[in-house]
Design a protein around this ligand. Structure first.
Ligand code: ADP
Ligand code: MG
Length: 364
């Protein structure tokens, strides 16, 4: 076929039916496909702007685009430049937005000890490694252990010239912990107003800069503390972490229900300590039975984000203060966290898209 037949108009026409697999709307219409150039008889250069750098569906999108282009003379292939602009949660009624912060994701659990902080930390690092600007607030008043997990327990954040607190930077993630502001070994009794004040200070008096995702490690459970905190945070949505044993109790259901009651979107459920893979023989053992969380998520009509195995390497990471995502990012275990992070980021994009306030991405 003659090259002259391949016009930019014809290419755009061929690309028009290509939909974002999750948002189910035309990618051209959403301005997610841009800069389309016919670079040769068989090469179309274009940019795909995703709503998260952690997009799990790049291969699928590439295939869909090539399939759409196959109707053109010479069946040209796309040469894609990937880019991302994380969407922002639109106005949440009665909640002030945190300047510069596009999405706030809370991590809750029915009870303590299920690995909530370990999940929050590794998922936050995964998001950062995938290219998203990420922060974490450790708001677990009962046991603020995120600084220990990130090797920042001796840090005391400073204020900038505008009297805003400068977060501590660890492994690419900006961190503020309630633990930075209380004396170790001194029990603190948090009352509602004091707590609300502390959490507000974490969000609004901190110089976060520009963040795509701010992960909040909430205290476990569904008491007054959790309720008042969840009410004071302008959340995009919440993630709940559970273990297989924990699913059989009512705790996880209550945590999911709490967010429903507060009209906080449930972004998904994670099953932690789901199964064990023997480090010697590779045999997989389902110590507590697994799959319960997936079934529960289905029953409660919320997304299921993944199963994280029980593994000593997760507990130990690369030693104190070095989580697995940092010490062994190429391992299959790290891939499990990356998959969870990608699913989560996709859920955030879907939530933001569903909001009436969604506007197609800006063309710069
Ligand atoms: N998938 C896992 N495999 C092995 N140990 C884990 C896993 N997840 C968490 N742990 C360990 O379990 C303990 C509790 O985890 P943590 O994240 O502090 O729980 P929580 O924040 O829910 O109280 C920690 O010692 C942690 O290292
Ligand atoms: Mg914790």
């Amino acid at each position: 076929m003659a090259i002259s037949q391949l016009t930019e108009e014809a290419v755009l026409e061929a690309l028009r039916p290509v939909k974002d697999p999750e948002l189910q709307r035309g990618m051209l219409e959403l301005k997610m496909i841009r800069d389309v150039t016919v670079s040769g008889p068989e090469v179309i250069d274009l940019t795909v702007v995703l709503t998260t750098p952690a997009c799990p569906l790049k291969n699928r999108i590439h295939e869909d685009i090539d399939r759409a282009l196959a109707v053109l003379p010479g069946s040209p292939k796309a040469r894609i430049r990937w880019d991302a602009q994380v969407s922002r949660t639109g106005g949440i009624p009665n909640k002030q937005q945190i300047p510069g912060v596009r999405n706030v994701i809370s991590v809750g659990a029915g009870k303590g000890g299920v690995g909530k902080s370990t999940c929050a930390v590794n998922v936050a690092i995964a998001l950062s490694q995938l290219g998203a600007r990420t922060g974490i607030i450790d708001a677990d008043v009962y046991g603020p252990n995120v600084p220990i997990l990130l090797g920042a327990e001796h840090e005391r954040p400073m204020a900038d010239q505008n009297q805003k607190i400068i977060p501590v930077l660890r492994h690419g993630v900006k961190l503020i912990s309630i633990g930075f502001f209380i004396e170790p070994d001194k029990p603190v009794i948090w009352r509602g107003p004091m707590l609300g004040g502390a959490v507000r200070q974490f969000m609004f008096d901190v110089n976060w800069g520009e963040l795509d995702y701010l992960v909040v490690d909430l205290p476990p459970g569904t008491g007054d503390v959790q309720l008042s905190m969840s009410q004071s945070i302008p959340m995009t949505g919440a993630v709940v972490v559970s273990t297989p044993q924990d699913v059989s109790t009512a705790d996880v259901g209550k945590a999911i229900q709490m967010f429903n009651t507060l009209k906080v979107p449930n972004l998904g459920l994670i099953e932690n300590m789901s199964y064990h893979v023997c480090p010697h023989c590779g045999e997989r053992t389902e110590i507590f039975g697994h799959g319960g969380a997936r079934a529960l998520a289905q029953r409660m009509a919320i997304p299921f984000l993944g199963e994280i195995p029980l593994d000593q390497r997760i507990r130990e990471g690369g030693g104190p203060g070095v989580p697995l995502m940092v010490s062994d990012p190429q391992s299959p275990l790290a891939q499990v966290y990356r998959d969870v992070a990608s699913h989560l980021a996709a859920q955030v994009s879907i939530r933001n898209f569903k909001q009436a306030s969604f506007i197609p991405l800006r063309t710069i």
